[in-house]
Write a protein that binds this ligand. Structure first.
Ligand code: PMP
Length: 406
């Protein structure tokens, strides 16, 4: 295992291109990561040679496709430190959270029960709970932030109480970077006998976390934020929870027997996987996990911290620029606003310099309202970004600030 940023960059063909006459500076990793060659090759192999539906065929191509497709379950089990039979394939974090909302919360919540979320959540971890709250009469309780824009633990302790049946919390904020104090929050929820869902979209790439030891009941993530393809992801829950939950969608592949009077369902995890799945996506996800297993994640974390520190230092020098996220316990991203400038104008000018950032509410409109903002400009880093690239961002931002504020 080693970490050499230039060697890593060579694995990602998208990085070799120019945009508007500049080398691509890809700082939109919190939205989706680029894909290494091995993932692209796995997608290509399935699409060009192993094309077949899974599970149902006895012919060679179907056997190859099924083996490659099912192998990802074991790789995910290893990555998360859980049995592969507890890994449900989904379209991504959004679908995973919706499955828990409809198949667990709708079945188990009653009028006046409470679902605790935080002020930092992505819409994917807000709207499914609003829907199920309407269906069951349960209420949404929001854990507020402190002055550093982290979840305020004292306020959380006051709001998580005997009515709390579920804590649904992200591991980290895609919008401003705050890493949430999971062990403390989970302990508060467990003391009340509540279940805990963790939205791992932003952290699942970072390496194994011991979910059962942490006290998590449901864990959700997306392949496309882990060097894998879009449209594939996972839900993990302990077997007894999966067994007690009704199916998600009905159809082929999720059944044991079907009669017109009634049907019986397959065992979990297949009970939740109706219809022809995203076969290529799951095979590509497996290749992404193989790739992640070759990397030194401690070295990458140190590298990402260095990128973040360099970006903060460079951007803080700029007059009128304000960084929203916390100084410590942050994902490798900077989310900022430039006084007097519209964030879309800033992003357009950065694009002219070959720099890809994201602007807007980052699917966290309630958080933006809390911060009194329309949106922010977000540069999010990954292992393949370099300090030189971050310097280019800071210099470009300094020029843009002079231009827009002149
Ligand atoms: N939660 C968080 C924290 C995210 O960053 C995202 C993606 N931006 C999601 C949920 C939704 O993930 P997906 O769109 O892959 O379902």
């Amino acid at each position: 295992m080693s970490f050499d940023v230039q060697a890593l960059r060579a694995d990602f063909p998208a990085l070799a291109q120019e945009v508007n006459g500049h080398p691509l500076h890809y700082f939109d990793n919190a939205a989706t990561t680029l894909k290494p060659r091995s993932v692209i090759a796995a997608l290509d192999r399935y699409n060009s040679l192993d094309t077949a539906n899974v599970h149902r065929g006895l012919h060679e191509l179907s056997a190859r496709a099924t083996t490659a497709y099912e192998a990802t379950r074991g790789k995910l089990g290893e990555w998360l430190g859980v049995p592969e039979s507890e890994v449900v394939y989904t379209r991504g974090t959004t679908e995973s959270i919706n499955i828990v909302a409809q198949c667990w919360a709708r079945e188990n919540l009653r009028s006046d029960d409470e679902i605790a979320i935080s002020a930092l959540e992505h819409h994917a971890n807000i709207v499914p709970w609003q829907i199920v709250a309407r269906q069951t009469g349960a209420r949404l309780v929001v854990l507020p932030l402190n002055a550093q824009n982290h979840i305020d633990l004292e306020a959380a302790a006051a709001r998580i109480g005997p009515r709390t049946r579920l804590l649904a919390i992200s591991a980290g904020s895609n919008a401003i970077g705050s890493l949430n104090p999971l062990p403390e929050l989970i302990a508060l929820a467990k003391a009340q006998g509540a279940r805990v869902l963790v939205d791992g979209a932003q952290v699942a790439i970072r390496g194994p976390i011991e979910l059962p030891a942490l006290g998590v009941d449901f864990y959700c993530a997306s392949a496309h934020k882990m060097f894998g393809p879009t449209g594939s992801g996972l839900l993990w829950a302990p077997r007894e929870l999966l067994e007690a939950m009704p199916p998600w969608m009905g159809g082929g592949d999720m059944i044991e027997t079907v009669r017109f009077e009634a049907s019986s369902y397959a065992e979990p995890p297949w009970k939740f996987e109706a219809g022809t799945p995203n076969i290529a996506g799951m095979i590509g996800f497996g290749a992404a996990l193989d790739y992640l297993q070759t990397l030194d994640h401690a070295a990458i974390a140190a590298h990402e911290d260095a990128l973040l520190a360099r970006a903060r230092a460079g951007l803080e020098e700029i007059d009128g620029l304000r960084i929203l996220g916390p100084r410590v316990h942050s994902l490798p991203l900077v989310s900022f606003v430039l006084e007097g400038a519209h964030e879309q104008d800033v992003a357009t000018l950065l694009n002219e310099n070959g720099i890809a950032v994201r602007t807007g509410h980052h699917c966290a409109m309630p958080l933006m309202a809390e911060l009194g903002l329309r949106g922010t400009i977000r540069a999010s880093f990954s292992a393949y970004n370099t300090l030189d690239e971050v310097d280019h961002l800071c210099h470009s931002m300094a020029r843009i600030a002079r231009l827009l504020r002149a």
